[in-house]
Each structure stands twice: as C-alpha cells, then as structure tokens.
Design a binder for this molecule. Structure first.
Ligand code: 5AD
Length: 316
C-alpha cells in the first residue's frame, strides 16, 4: 500500500511534489528548524560496509576514540551553547561496552538535553538499558530496502537483522530514526519506493535521506554519486508519507551540492545537524570525502543559525 503511494509520489512532477511537501511541513512543523548537535566519538568500526570510509579494512584512516570524560564534557558544552538535543554517533566500536555508553548517557542526561544514540546494531536488552539510562532517540538507517543489494553491500549483517533492530527500538520506546541512501549502485526508483514504504511502515519518527558519495578507500570508489534531485524527491515523498516525522537536511547532500542543502528545507526537511566533534579529529570521521568546518561549538552554532535565518526560517 505504502509502496504504491510512494511510487506515485516519486513519479510526480518534482515541483508539484516539493510544493505539496512544503505545505505539509509548514502545517505540521511550522517554520522552526530543529538544530541538533552531532558528536562523533569514535571512528573505529568492526564492519566492512562497502560504501563507508570507516570500514575496518580502510587501513589508511587514522583512528580515534574520545574518552568518556571528554564526551561528557562536550555534552555540557553543547548544552551551554544552546543545544537541547545531542546525537552521540560512532562506528560499531566494541571498545565502548554497553555499560560505558550507559554511564555517558546517564551523565549527560542530568542536564536538560535530549540524547540520541547512533551506535549501530545491538540486542533489545542493550537498547532497553540505554533507554533506562536516559537515551530517548536512536538513529539506525536501514540504508537500502532491497535485500539483495543490502547483502552485496554489507558482508557482516543482514537486512532482516537491521529491520529487527528498528522494531526493537520502536518497541523499547525510542523515537526511532531510519533512513537510506540515494544512488547506491544498482538502486532503482522502485527500490526508493520500497525504502519509503519501510520507513512509513515502522513507522520511523525521523528519517535521514542522503545521496551516496563514493569514498576512494572503499570497494565503491569508482561508483557514481547519488543525485541531489532524487534526494529531494525522496525527502519530499517522505514528508507526505510521514507528515509528523523529523526529516534532516543530510550532511551528504550539502557535500554533494551546498545550494541543495538549503533547498531541501523547501521540500519537507525541518532538522539540521551541526558537528560538535572536536576540530582536531573532525576530519577523521570520514564516512565520505568532505571538507570539514573548523568552527568550534559556539561558532558552529552561530553559523548554522545564520544559515537558517538566511532562507527565512527560525532556528530552535
Ligand atoms: N555516502 C553517503 N552516505 C554514507 N553513509 C555511509 N557511507 C556513506 C557514503 N559513502 C551514511 C549511511 C550511514 C550514515 C552514518 O552515513 O547512511 O547510516
């Protein structure tokens, strides 16, 4: 059902689809743009996802891990800079045990800031424990809803395990963030319709939709990047299917085409993430090649607020 609707939305004339999505966004979300802090605390990863620069087989990447104390301190600094949501993200790094992450969450949760975790696949007991510690949201993109494509890109995991994690998160009480990439080699418009139908059926409370960007130290180094237009069309369709969802303008879209990152806010998006990762390690969190901002936590917050005001919306 959702898949058919998604296919119809994706076949609409883009300008008409964008207009419909923008109208729904305005009714349901108003003109506020939610600004979230993103702290990337470890770029170690045990997985070998074919598209990702953090994959363990990328031996040319210098790896870093932040200490528990530094993560907690950055949480406090983000709070003081005005953030009320912080996303703690890492590769799948077994160095951080569930107990360590739980301690970090409980400490940061003492301030008035909502914690979102984005630390990959764990079992339901771990998700529940972190929820009890104070994490209220979790981001885990399904990446692609085509099981065969999923298998070819993820030698260490299966699509059904991924989807199970999303249901576990939902049942545990998290606001659950899913999402997928646009332009993965072998993806078709029908795949994107399946992706949209999946996030609508869970249903996801948030969905990150961004273009695939080839990373030179991965097996997909020679593949073509995803298209900005199809990213906008998918975000707009997501807004129609999930009118109340939080939909970020993904960083990868801004890397592919900086002008489109503003435009996506007129196609349904209402969230932006701003890095609060220490500048000394920021360039090492290289999921895909990008130019990294040198702004510290306070300057970065000011810059993103100015950017949002420049296209006529209100940062919150
Ligand atoms: N291009 C674009 N997005 C990527 N991600 C990982 N690798 C790439 C890439 N090469 C996205 C995935 C992941 C998120 C953290 O970054 O969707 O969930």
């Amino acid at each position: 059902m959702n898949e058919k609707t998604a296919r119809a939305l994706l076949s609409m004339e883009p300008a008409a689809l964008f207009k419909q999505a923008d109208e729904i966004r305005r009714q349901r979300k108003g003109d506020d743009v939610q600004v979230r802090a993103l702290l990337e605390f470890s770029n170690y990863c045990k997985r070998r996802c074919a598209y990702c620069g953090l994959r363990c087989e990328n031996r040319s990447l210098t790896r870093f891990r932040l200490s528990k104390e530094e993560i907690i301190d950055i949480g406090r600094q983000a709070h003081d800079a005005g953030y009320r949501t912080i996303v703690l993200q890492s590769g799948e790094d077994p160095f951080y045990t569930p107990e360590m992450i739980g301690k970090i969450v409980s400490e940061i949760a003492k301030t008035d800031i909502t914690i979102t975790l984005s630390c990959g696949e764990w079992n339901k007991d771990v998700y529940r424990y972190w929820h009890d510690c104070g994490a209220k949201r979790y981001l885990l993109k399904h990446e692609t809803a085509d099981p065969a494509l999923y298998r070819s890109l993820h030698p260490d995991s299966t699509f059904s395990e991924r989807v199970q994690c999303l249901y576990d998160l939902k049942e545990t009480g998290y606001e659950t963030g899913g999402g997928f990439m646009i332009g993965l080699p072998g993806q078709t418009v029908d795949t994107i319709a399946k992706d949209l139908a999946l996030i609508a059926s869970i249903p996801c409370d948030m969905a990150g939709i961004g273009p695939f960007l080839p990373h030179p130290q991965t097996p997909l180094r020679d593949a073509e990047a995803g298209s900005a237009e199809w990213t906008l069309r998918a975000v707009a369709a997501a807004r129609v299917l999930l009118p109340d969802a939080n939909l970020p303008a993904t960083t990868s879209l801004g890397v592919l085409d900086p002008t489109q990152k503003d435009h996506v806010f007129a196609c349904g998006a209402n969230v932006i993430m701003q890095k609060v990762t220490p500048v000394r390690v920021r360039a090492l969190y290289e999921i895909y090649p990008a130019n990294h901002q040198k702004a510290d936590i306070i300057e970065g917050r000011q810059a993103v607020e100015a950017q949002i005001r420049a296209f006529g919306r209100r940062p919150v």
